[in-house]
Design a protein around this ligand. Structure first.
Ligand code: PLP
Length: 423
């Protein structure tokens, strides 16, 4: 039979997908999947937060909840609460009605809608992303019709931030260029600028007339990790009234100066709602009038793409964010996840030290977030997969959140062998 589709060429090999498939197809019973940034329990199982279960029960029992279409821009309460979570309860930009927030398909969908909007309405086609960055950023922006360039971010010598290089590259960017900034827990390096460095970045972005697009995939998870305070001392309502949510501070610095920015938010990691695909795109404008126009155009981006977003994840997030008891319980569970990740970092570092593995491994405990950028090279990574059935991305990034006390020694043995045997 003749086939219209027979001319379709196979997609070029994607290094991330190929390692995912290799892991999936590996029959070894003790294989270790450290590829995806998805939280796992000590038993290696996915975790559904108790507070999410409660919210779902509440929704199931509420017979007034229906399954009708949401508006194009999603659930109004969800949008408001998401914007507040990042901008704070007392945001002047929100008070001035110059903030547009629309519910999107998690962080990825928020980035994609923002990219499509910019490709249609922003004259400058160039978007700068960190080198390295989350592997999907270049695809998202390129497919939207923008031209992706890189600014220096990671210095392999120091295993830290190449701050001078970053400022130099941003300073040389053409006026109006879009700059993708990860607001906290930079993926894949686990290295964030300090607040002082953020302020310098802000100054250069504003003085060069660049347009910041924040990718906020890990909000609250990291600030809770950094907070050593016992839970009863934590202010459960975030940075606006306390210092808990330092993750939002980078974004808020930019919003406080009255300039424009875009923010993609995800509830995948911080509420464990990976599969619900729930997130939000916020566009902070310079005036209410601009915001009204922007809102009308964003609706035109979404409508031909998927008409309107799904209701379930938005309803869960809304139930949790608007109820102070549930919000507090969310924070407690988040702290549990954060503590386990920190403990895995510490255990891995100690296990590598105990084996006398050559090199300085302190970056494992200095980095922040769900990942560690180990410093292993591609040859070592491929060897680990073949010999030890341990899988990570080829840049040597591992998901710390997928480790357990049981698997740490397995990984430390393997790292020791890779470093001592493979150059
Ligand atoms: C930096 C960054 N941005 C965005 C995302 C998108 O996540 P999601 O679409 O699941 O919300 C991820 C996921 O790993 C990420 O690491």
């Amino acid at each position: 039979m003749s086939s219209i589709l027979s001319n379709v060429l196979p997609a070029p090999e994607d290094p991330v997908l190929s390692v995912i498939f290799a892991c999936r197809d590996d029959p070894c019973p003790v294989k270790l999947n450290l590829i995806a940034g998805a939280y796992r329990t000590e038993e290696g199982k996915p975790l559904v937060l108790e507070v999410v279960r409660r919210a779902e029960q509440q929704l199931a029992n509420d017979l007034s909840c229906d399954k009708g279409y949401l508006p194009i821009d999603g659930l109004a309460d969800f949008n408001k609460l998401s914007a507040k979570l990042i901008l704070g309860d007392d945001s002047h930009a929100m008070e001035d009605n110059r903030v547009v927030t629309i519910q999107c398909l998690s962080g990825t969908g928020s980035l994609r809608v923002g990219a499509e909007f910019l490709a249609k309405h922003h004259e400058q086609r160039v978007v700068f992303v960190p080198n390295p960055t989350w592997g999907n950023h270049p695809f998202i922006f390129t497919l939207a019709g923008l031209c992706v360039e890189y600014f220096r971010y990671y210095d392999p010598q120091t295993r830290g931030l190449d701050f001078e290089g970053m400022l130099e590259d941003l300073g040389a960017a053409p006026s109006g260029a879009i700059v993708v900034l990860q607001s906290c827990a930079h993926n894949p390096t686990g290295i964030d600028p300090t607040l002082e460095q953020w302020e310098k970045i802000r100054q250069i972005v504003r003085s060069k007339g660049l347009l910041p697009f924040f990718d906020n995939a890990y909000q609250r998870l990291v600030s809770i990790m950094k907070s050593n305070m016992p839970l009863f001392n934590l202010n459960f309502h975030g940075f606006a009234t306390g210092n808990l949510d330092s993750d939002a501070q980078s974004v808020c610095m930019f919003v406080a100066d009255g300039g424009e920015c875009l923010i993609a938010q995800s509830f995948a990691k911080n509420m464990g709602l990976y599969g619900e695909r729930i997130g939000a795109l916020t566009i902070v404008c310079t005036s209410k009038d601009v915001a009204r126009k922007v809102h009308s155009q964003v609706l035109l981006v979404v409508r031909p793409m998927y008409l309107s977003p799904p209701i379930h994840g938005a309803s869960i997030v809304t139930a949790i964010l608007k109820n102070s008891d549930m919000y507090k319980d969310w924070t407690i569970e988040l702290k549990g996840m954060a503590d386990r990740i920190i403990s895995m970092r510490q255990q891995l570092y100690e296990a590598i030290q105990a084996r006398g593995t050559p090199g300085d491994w302190s970056h494992i405990i200095k980095q922040i977030g769900m990942f560690s950028f180990t410093g292993l090279n591609e040859k070592q990574v491929r060897w680990l997969a073949k010999e030890y059935h341990i899988y990570m991305t080829y840049d040597g990034r591992i998901s710390i959140a997928s480790l357990s006390s049981k698997t740490v020694p397995q990984l430390a043995d393997a790292i020791h062998a890779a470093v001592t045997r493979i150059a």
